[in-house]
Design a protein around this ligand. Structure first.
Ligand SMILES: *Cc1c(COP(=O)(O)O)cnc(C)c1O
Length: 370
């Protein structure tokens, strides 16, 4: 075989459901020369990340750390540590990621009680209440920002009823993290996982996670071993939080450097300013899309600012337009998943991709293509 050429990808504009565009400061941090994963300087990087994740999640939880794997591993981490065979788990499903939660909970040997809503609408708290009354729930798991449909799920009422039922609240905040209000302590969230590549705008492959004291108590009182060695927090926590910082696995050092810089950028901007920026650019995009004849899938109060799900107008060949956006304009947007394949687009305005310039570029390209 001939030698392959050096990798040279196109300069894309990332406006899909993640990954989002990454700031050049983050890319530079990622090219920092390696240090060992137990080097005191790297342990300091881990400490910095932990403090900044606590701040961005608005939590004091000491067990706040980053799983060395993507958001789906954070999801698995929360469930495998909290569920044992025979436990009952209320899983809310209103899109692809709720479906994935149910799949994982079943693989943990839990009895899953599903609470469903039509895709494109939020979960009705009354149905959660009914489900809670029908079993002895160990936990309720729910997606805060359902990236497959563009729905923002209100959490506070569901959190209250979950507490009253003596269960833990597990939240998927992969897409909401750093893009919209998310208050772990105030909202009574017990276990939460997120992702690096959406509104944080770091490279994919890491999942910030936090556990409350109530969740740690459940973990510490397990009768069976956690079924995953890699995700077993009874061991991982000694690497992230233990006094000895014992070897567990080799952390992805460069990705952690990148995450540290991305978190610094978020806190420099300020959470409220960042949320406002996502809102403003969503409104700009919404106005432009509506002028072109697109309709939003989700009713207004439940729309995500960072993930705009719109129905494709009649007569538009959605796959062709998406392909031409990529080939001719270097712009990536997302298609629909599951029942929405071919029916909607999912346009991301996440982190570094939530700018007026991104919106204007996409609108100009769409005007030419449609
Ligand atoms: C992207 C996403 C995930 C999965 O994250 P990966 O990094 O792709 O594994 C989970 N939940 C939601 C809501 C997401 O948007």
């Amino acid at each position: 075989m001939e030698n392959l050429k050096e990798l040279n990808t196109s300069t894309r504009v990332l406006m899909g459901p993640g990954p989002s565009d990454v700031h050049s400061r983050v890319l530079r941090a990622m090219s920092t020369p390696l240090v060992g994963h137990l080097d005191p300087e790297f342990l300091m990087v881990m400490d910095d990340i932990k403090v900044m994740v606590q701040e961005t999640l608005q939590t004091q939880n000491p067990l706040t750390f980053v799983v060395s794997a993507p958001g789906s591993a954070g999801m698995e981490c929360c469930l495998v540590n909290l569920l044992e065979p025979g436990d009952e788990a209320v899983i809310c499903i209103h899109g692809v990621f709720g479906t994935r939660l149910a799949d994982i909970a079943e693989r943990c040997g839990a009895k899953v009680i599903k609470v469903e809503a039509d895709w494109g609408t939020p979960i009705d708290p009354n149905n959660v209440k009914k489900a809670l009354a029908s079993c002895k729930p160990k936990l309720v798991a729910i997606v805060h920002a359902e990236t497959s449909t563009g729905v923002l799920q209100p959490l506070e009422e569901i959190s209250k009823m979950t507490k009253e039922a003596g269960a833990l609240l597990v939240v998927d905040a992969v897409t909401s993290f750093c893009g919209t209000e998310l208050k772990v302590d105030e909202w009574g969230i017990d276990a939460l996982y997120s992702g690096s590549q959406k509104c944080l705008s770091a490279p994919p492959g890491l999942s910030p996670v936090t556990f409350s004291q109530a969740a740690i108590d459940v973990l510490e009182n397990r009768k069976t071993k956690v079924q995953s060695w890699f995700l077993d927090l009874t061991m991982v926590k000694n690497y992230w939080a233990g006094a000895k910082r014992a070897y567990h696995h080799t952390a992805p050092v460069s990705a952690m450097f990148a995450m540290r810089e991305a978190l610094r950028i978020v806190l420099e901007e300020g959470l409220e300013n960042r949320f406002e920026r996502h809102r403003k650019n969503h409104e700009l995009l919404r106005d432009g899309l509506e002028r072109l004849g697109f309709e939003f899938l989700v009713s207004e109060p439940y729309r995500l600012p960072m993930l705009n799900a719109v129905r494709i107008p009649a007569g538009v060949d959605e796959a062709l337009v998406r392909k031409r956006l990529l080939d001719e304009y270097n712009i990536e947007i997302g298609g629909g998943l599951g029942p929405f394949a071919g029916k909607i687009w999912r346009i991301g305005l996440m982190g570094e991709s939530a700018t007026p310039n991104h919106v204007n570029m996409l609108m100009a390209a769409l005007k030419q293509l449609m």
